[in-house]
Design a protein around this ligand. Structure first.
Ligand code: HEC
Length: 159
């Protein structure tokens, strides 16, 4: 291959790569909130101090007797079914997107064979949002970021 041919081939390859890259880039939208400040993705508002304060009160009254005053869960929850799990970073709560968390609080798990009571009619939607926002506010930064990413994946229809 002589030099001018090589230049043409190189230009073609580079051109195709550039077009492909641009096309892929435009089609692949960045997940909402990925890599951003914790709490910016999803419905929960763990940085909203007033909402979190309200959620703390609701948690103490409505959730702490089962899930523990410090979100630690009922003693033995890891090994015995039917016990309320921890809501802190050691639990599974943060693996669920906001929509599912709020649905569990609203509808409970009795109809799915569980023992979590439904709070629909006992708490307003705003109060359910407040209590879950309080719970999220207690997670360390890296867990909050991981949870933001779970929300972003769920919002993109792949979570
Ligand atoms: C009577 C005890 C009880 C009370 C009160 C209770 N829970 Fe639960 N909760 C459970 C149990 C037990 C589970 C585990 C799910 C199951 O057994 O089906 C659970 C599960 C959950 C989950 C899912 C956690 C996961 O890892 O998937 C969330 C979220 C939750 N509870 C939030 C709350 C909130 C918020 C309140 C207060 C408004 C509350 N719960 C009050 C017993 C309770």
């Amino acid at each position: 291959m002589n030099l001018s041919k090589a230049v043409v081939v190189f230009a073609l390859v580079a051109g195709v790569a550039l077009v492909g890259w641009t096309w892929l880039g435009s089609g692949r939208k960045a997940p909402v909130g990925a890599g951003s400040v914790p709490g910016t993705a999803g419905l929960l508002r763990p940085d909203d101090a007033a909402l979190v304060a309200k959620g703390r009160e609701i948690y103490a009254k409505a959730c702490a007797n089962c899930h523990g005053a410090n979100l630690e869960g009922q003693a033995g929850w890891r090994t015995s079914r039917g016990l309320a799990p921890a809501h802190d970073e050691s639990g599974h709560t943060w693996h669920h997107p906001d929509t599912l968390l709020l649905r569990i609080v609203r509808e409970g798990t009795v109809q799915m064979g569980g023992t979590m009571p439904a709070f629909k009619g006992l708490l307003t939607e705003e109060e359910m949002l407040a209590v879950m926002s309080f719970i999220k506010s207690r997670w360390p930064r890296r867990i909050r970021e991981a949870h933001d990413a779970i929300n972003a994946r769920a919002a993109n229809g792949s979570g």
